[in-house]
Design a protein around this ligand. Structure first.
Ligand code: T46
Length: 132
């Protein structure tokens, strides 16, 4: 399965915590785009697509949610509830995410600019392209 849960080093002291991400230090790619998601109702299921090229680092900076990741052969669920952990999702992985807490804020660092042509929104097409 081409995803990884990454532990970020925390620069913490009595004032609180800080995490810095740089290419090669927590981030495996150059960041071209950042977006964040909040205010999603608990039972909504977002995602339901894969990407042909895009790689992303997903950080749940507040609250919690569940990511379901699927490589066409196997499905795994990852619970995100810690801003010091990043979910690194490579290309060709079907993702769905749901079970949002009221205070859930997800920040996503992306390796490419937004491009609708990079999305695979049909599960059968995804499986075919992934060779499954
Ligand atoms: C992903 C998961 C984790 C833009 O205009 N620019 C952007 O950079 C993005 C990401 C979205 N949009 C527009 C496209 C749609 O009209 O925002 C709207 C919502 O996007 P979408 O339905 O794709 O959102 P999610 O939450 O299902 O998926 C997003 C990312 O699109 C996707 O790459 O992996 O978050």
């Amino acid at each position: 399965m081409t995803f990884e849960l990454v532990d970020f080093p925390i620069h913490g002291n009595h004032d609180g915590n800080l995490i810095a991400l740089e290419k090669g230090h927590g981030l495996p790619f150059d960041v071209k785009r950042v977006y964040y998601i909040w205010g999603t109702r608990p039972n909504v299921v977002r995602g339901k697509h894969a990407h042909r090229k895009l790689e992303q680092m997903v950080v749940c900076v507040s609250g919690s949610c569940d990511f379901i990741l699927d490589d066409g052969a196997k499905r795994e669920m990852v619970h995100l509830d810690n801003p010091s952990k990043g979910l690194y999702i490579k290309h060709n992985i079907w993702r769905e995410f749901t079970n949002f807490s009221d205070d859930c804020v997800i920040m996503v660092l992306a390796s490419e600019y937004y491009d609708e042509a990079d999305y695979i929104r049909d599960y059968e097409v995804f499986k075919k392209e992934a060779g499954r």
